[in-house]
Design a protein around this ligand. Structure first.
Ligand code: HMG
Length: 389
């Protein structure tokens, strides 16, 4: 029985920052951001959007009435949790008006948790092949104004439906996971911005990619020639370029040309949105599948990395008509309809995040065109709203 990704959906906020504007405001050569980091724009998160609202919007893009009936479980993978106890998946399930006989849970291990959720979902579907699992990988990447991580911020959500006989990508065995206790990036419970040892984190990422890829080759006997493309976790697009270069080195044969060219396609959407943490690998997969052309039965590799640190390399086989299940047109529309903010407006929005406030707060949901919004806080409870638009 095949098990894997049946559909992929994506949502980000209606606002973005142009990184040339940010470079000018920070007295940096724009080419450092555009070429050195490989990012053009980044999503800016208004106080009315969070992992719950973005997750609900991404899921709504893909769920049919039949999918809703077959859902056994909703897993939200995130490191931008909105409660230390209650799972964000319960709020998402409520906003999506799913039936009550659904398991709802949250998972965490930095950016890796989206892949942990996908693997857990495979296990659930293998036990109950007539049921489906909805994985939502949603995050807000925040480092702080005027920090070196600022250019690698972003946010959004990817919805991943896992089923038997999937329409999109049948996940293969083996899957190689690798973890070590490493302090490259973390966020203490009292902090709303991440702490990071930036250069070190990029080195650990490459080491974990090489370690998982090496073991994958030993276990399967497969080589780079067996892959149509490899999608990477992309905290910023240059990171994927560096990782692929670490294994290709100076090869310039057909395989190397194919993998480099497909990597460029896989970076296109991430370049416009920034880091989504848990969702970044899966946004890159969407980018790859909407911008490059493949045949059914071709193999795609996926490298997932989460600081702290955990990596996983696995692969999947493309299914016939896979493109119909990636919703490329809807995603292009979401990105094209965004409003560009000035640096001052971005800084104001950045500082307007609710953070850890206990105060009753009412937010201006009318100014946010998204269907799902956070309306505020009342008696220390978050109030979500489904808008009729
Ligand atoms: P930095 O110190 O600002 O940048 O930090 P830099 O000085 O290293 O420059 C970056 C690149 O721009 C360099 O290229 C420069 O040469 C180039 P490289 O040597 O790396 O190829 N450059 C230029 N290029 C063209 N024209 C110019 C120019 N000037 C310089 N004029 C850093 C960059 C990414 C470290 C920082 O932004 C940061 O700390 N970001 C956050 C951490 C991060 O994203 N780490 C990635 C790996 S860890 C990970 O992926 C996990 C994560 O997603 C979290 C999670 O798991 O939850 C982050």
């Amino acid at each position: 029985m095949k098990i894997g990704i049946d559909k992929l959906g994506f949502y980000t906020t209606p606002y973005y920052l142009d990184l040339t504007d940010l470079a000018q405001a920070r007295n940096v050569d724009p080419n450092k951001y555009l070429i050195g980091i490989g990012q053009s724009k980044q999503a800016v998160i208004p106080p009315t959007q969070d992992i719950v609202t973005m997750g609900a919007s991404a899921a709504e893009q893909i769920l049919s009435a039949e999918d809703r009936n077959q859902l056994s479980t909703v897993i939200v993978a995130t490191e931008s949790g909105i409660d230390n106890s209650k799972a964000a998946a319960i709020y998402v399930k409520h906003l999506l008006q799913l039936n009550d006989f659904v398991r709802t849970v949250e998972m965490k291990e930095a950016c890796y948790a989206g892949t942990a959720a996908v693997q857990a979902a495979r296990g659930l579907v293998s036990l109950h092949p007539d049921e489906k699992v909805l994985v939502i990988a949603a995050d807000v990447a925040r480092y702080g104004l005027n920090t070196s991580g600022e250019v690698t911020q972003g946010g959004g959500a990817v919805a991943i439906l896992i089923s038997a006989e999937p329409h999109l990508l049948a996940i293969e065995d083996p899957s190689i996971s690798y973890s070590q206790d490493i302090m490259d990036f973390w966020r203490p419970l009292y902090a709303s911005e991440a702490l990071v040892d930036g250069k070190y984190s990029t080195n650990v990422y490459i080491d974990f990619f090489k370690a998982t890829w090496q073991r994958y080759q030993e276990k399967t006997g497969r080589t780079l020639d067996d892959f149509a493309a490899i999608a990477f976790h992309l905290p910023f697009t240059k990171m994927g370029t560096k990782a692929l270069a670490a294994v290709l080195q100076d090869r310039d044969d057909e395989t190397a040309t194919r993998l480099r060219s497909n990597l460029t396609q896989s970076q296109k959407l991430n370049r416009e949105v920034g880091n989504l943490y848990t969702g970044s690998l899966y946004l890159s997969l969407i980018s790859l599948l909407t911008h490059a052309d493949f045949e059914a039965e071709q193999r795609i590799g996926l490298f997932s990395y989460g600081s702290g640190a955990e990596g996983e390399f696995y692969a999947g086989i493309l299914q016939p008509n896979y493109r119909q299940y990636v919703y490329g047109d809807a995603i292009e529309t979401i990105l094209a309809d965004r409003t560009k903010l000035t640096v001052t407006a971005y800084e104001k929005m950045f500082n307007e995040q609710l953070g850890f406030t206990k105060k009753d707060t009412q937010l201006d949901v009318a100014s946010d065109p998204s269907k799902y919004a956070l309306a505020g806080i009342k008696d220390q409870q978050r109030i979500y709203q489904l808008k009729n638009n």
